[in-house]
Write a protein that binds this ligand. Structure first.
Ligand code: NI
Length: 170
């Protein structure tokens, strides 16, 4: 099932998501499959559950955008445990469509998370994967990439979005 996306302005995106406590259930496996399907349909490389209106600490990532099944990552209750170096490149978000801005992020990032069975694992990524790990973990903490921009740039984007909302185009 392909979920519609929740857009900036919906409070679910700025609310810390609830930890997952029950693993390996048919419902959880189905939700994860639906999240991958939704992410591919909306042409993203990462998707967090709050972006489909579900306030739970689950995110999926595929930096190959569906080209390489071995790149599929499921992160449940993820925590950033290492964040080193620095990279700056353009970042966007499916929940803030039409905008992309350069964002400073760590260049090498390690996240500790659980898989769908509840098993703990660690994943380390560089470049785009490092960025995706941070971006998706942020989502689960109720934080959008806009919070990493300068106040000036953030206000400019907020104003443009407000205008789109008024025109019924958001
Ligand atoms: Ni996002």
């Amino acid at each position: 099932m392909i979920y519609p996306l929740v857009k900036y302005g919906d409070p679910v995106l700025e609310t810390p998501a609830e930890p997952v406590t029950e693993f390996d259930t048919p419902e959880l496996h189905k939700l994860i499959e639906d999240m991958f399907e939704s992410m591919y349909a909306h042409k993203g490389v990462g998707l967090a559950a709050p972006q489909i209106g579900i306030s739970r600490r689950i995110a999926v990532i595929d930096v190959s955008a569906g080209q390489d099944p071995s790149q599929r990552l499921v992160l449940i209750n993820p925590e950033v445990i290492r964040n080193e170096g620095r990279q700056v490149s353009e970042e966007g978000c499916l929940s803030v469509p039409g905008f992309r801005e350069p964002v400073k992020r760590g260049a090498r990032v390690t996240v500790r998370a659980q898989n769908a069975k509840g098993e703990m694992f660690e994943v380390t990524g560089e470049d785009l994967l490092a960025r995706a790990l941070l971006h998706e973990t942020d989502h689960l903490n109720g934080k959008l990439y806009l919070s990493h921009l300068s106040p000036l740039k953030r206000d400019l984007i907020r104003r443009k979005i407000r205008k789109l909302q008024k025109e019924g185009e958001w």
